[in-house]
Design a protein around this ligand. Sequence first.
Ligand SMILES: Nc1ncnc2c1ncn2[C@@H]1O[C@H](COP(=O)(O)OP(=O)(O)OP(=O)(O)O)[C@@H](O)[C@H]1O
Ligand code: SF4
Ligand SMILES: [Mg+2]
Length: 338
Amino acid sequence: MTGEQQTVDATVPVEPDPDALLSVRGLRITVPSGAAAVEDVSFDVHPGETLGVVGESGCGKTLTMLSVMRLLPPGTAIADGSILLGGEDVARMPEKQLRRLRGSKVAMIYQDPMTSLNPLMRIGDQIAEGLRAHGWSRSDARDKAIEVLGEVGIPKPQRAARAFPHEFSGGMRQRAVIACALVLDPELLIADEPTTALDPTIQQQVIDLVVQLQRDRGMAVVWVTHDLGIIARLVSRMLVMYAGRVAEAGPTREVFRRPSHPYTSGLVGALPSPGGGREDLIQMPGAPPQPGQHPAGCPFRPRCPQAVERCATDLPPLLDRGREQGAACWVPPEDWSA
Ligand SMILES: Nc1ncnc2c1ncn2[C@@H]1O[C@H](COP(=O)(O)OP(=O)(O)OP(=O)(O)O)[C@@H](O)[C@H]1O
Ligand code: SF4
Ligand SMILES: [Mg+2]
């Protein structure tokens, strides 16, 4: 990379942050074609903190989060970078050690709640299974499963534990998924679009539940979402991803007040007034590039209203924009044309 004014974002130092619960550096994930779907992604999550991750479909949010669980789909792989969870590098960990961390250190609510429950297994047994894998006795695991079903607001938890997933409504199923994720009291919960399949009232209930559980347990939460309203209301810091890279990162308030990447500016500028319904990501003209088909220079250039000559040749790193904000853009907001 070229450029004298290059100062890599001060909020993401090159070395992993020893105080962070999760410290990801230079993450690169490849898909079966060998192309990178995630490239040079770095971020930190501190204990108890709430981080939001946004970006258009296909920008690499789910792959990034699955790599933290080391549960990437077949054919995709971590090709570079480190993923320090409580100081240990998940990217290089043997499977046996990973099983110890999953559930107890980090848990994830997956994008598709229907596939995360086994249709042939009673709800209580599914929750107890996680505990049994961590050495709990059968009866203690059963009692704990019932307790956590109550905690996530499922009525008559004793009876619910004996039910099969198809006997539950969508909202109740998602509560059961949350119970599975939280039964081992993880320090970090990754919520990957946990509400998109649900109707709006139920969505809000599930969000409220996670917020309440976070408050009760003091765990850190990463919200992956298309819903900028969730980001604005719930998260203190946010990461905006574009084409597998971090386009912008910073405190939510600053990013909304003064977006420093033209992509973020488009997203935030399109936020309808509060109370105007679901504040989804807007549809910007054009489409993001597929993995392996990125143009030279900045990946956002074909859609960017602010592009300058340099953008066609030089890939911008995450540059420090002050106020703990960083943006992967050569042109600072004060130089943008209206
Ligand atoms: N199993 C896979 N095999 C091949 N390519 C994949 C696989 N999973 C993801 N990809 C590709 O990697 C890129 C990132 O996918 P990812 O699922 O992380 O996106 P996302 O940001 O979570 O999108 P969405 O908002 O739709 O959930 C996409 O281009 C996708 O096509
Ligand atoms: S680097 Fe250039 S093309 Fe990329 S976002 Fe900034 S102005 Fe647009
Ligand atoms: Mg996804």
